[in-house]
Design a binder for this molecule. Structure first.
Ligand SMILES: [Fe+2]
Length: 281
């Protein structure tokens, strides 16, 4: 069983998107690692051969969207075994997912739904994280998600939930800086104060992405260049911790590859240049 301490510095990369596969392959020298969406390979939308093709060129981190770690029900052994197969093929040092719920009994919510931050939710989430880590033999790294509203009558803030979860399981945190910016803007609080309240000593990777403004709200679209507010959070985070990896998420309205590469390079420079030089040569 590997631990968070075994995770190496991975550098600056991007979410692998099949629509721009050829462009990503051609930009290989500028991309330190990529993140794939696990479920695209579980559901046979894309074949295992296509995953192995990506693994031949890049260090791949599998990033899931269907684990539903905060549901009351445990993930099934069948589902976990399928995750393990993908995880093993990538030889990734960790497996990442979202701190959210996507399933209720008999229902696929079809959305990364925020959790109700209660003692009961914490207890079964701890149980599920331990189960996943034991099955995969590597750390689970969980991402903070955006939300339209907070579920009322919670018993602890999200940051405390994260603290207690990582202390109980030694799982990692995937800090999505754009999600912090969007939530803070849309719900009227300080992004920096939220970031500082999180268990930063357990952060192993970050996400950056670009949304767009609709009146006074920011839409979490992954369709635009990374906004200044997110770059500022990345700069501040790099002053606080040793960041091991940054992934640029871009899912729609794809620009040309030099545009994406320039953002990957900027992230590398901000997050990693003080101590590390990971450019391939
Ligand atoms: Fe993200």
């Amino acid at each position: 069983m590997s631990t968070l301490h075994d995770i190496p510095v991975l550098g600056s990369g991007m979410g692998f998107r099949h629509q721009i596969k050829e462009q990503i392959f051609a930009a290989q020298e500028d991309i330190d690692f990529v993140e794939i969406i696990t479920e695209q390979y579980l559901r046979n939308l894309l074949s295992i051969e296509k995953l192995e093709e990506v693994c031949d060129l890049f260090q791949v981190i599998p990033h899931g969207v269907g684990l539903s770690i905060g549901s009351a029900a445990r993930p099934s052994a069948t589902y976990l075994n399928r995750l393990k197969r993908i995880s093993d093929i990538t030889q990734a040092p960790y497996y990442s997912e979202h701190l959210c719920q996507t399933q209720a009994p008999g229902i696929d919510l079809g959305h990364l739904t925020p959790l109700w931050f209660t003692e009961e939710t914490l207890a079964h989430t701890i149980d599920h994280v331990n189960l996943v880590q034991d099955t995969l033999g590597k750390p689970l790294v969980l991402e903070n998600v955006t939300y339209k509203f907070e579920i009322p009558h919670f018993s602890m803030p999200q940051s405390e939930f994260f603290h207690r979860l990582v202390e109980a399981t030694d799982c990692g945190v995937l800090l999505d800086l754009t999600n912090i910016f969007i939530n803070a803007t849309n719900h009227g609080y300080s992004a920096v104060e939220f970031m500082d309240a999180m268990p930063l000593d357990h952060v192993v990777q970050t996400h950056i992405a670009g949304g767009y403004w609709r009146n006074t709200q920011v839409v979490d679209s992954h369709s635009h260049p990374v906004q200044d507010e997110t770059w500022e959070l990345l700069t501040l985070l790099a002053q606080r911790i040793k960041i091991k990896g940054v992934i640029l998420e871009h899912d729609d309205n794809f620009p040309d590859m030099p545009n994406l590469v320039s953002q990957i390079n900027k992230a590398r420079q901000i997050a990693l240049s003080t101590e590390f030089s990971l450019r391939k040569c």
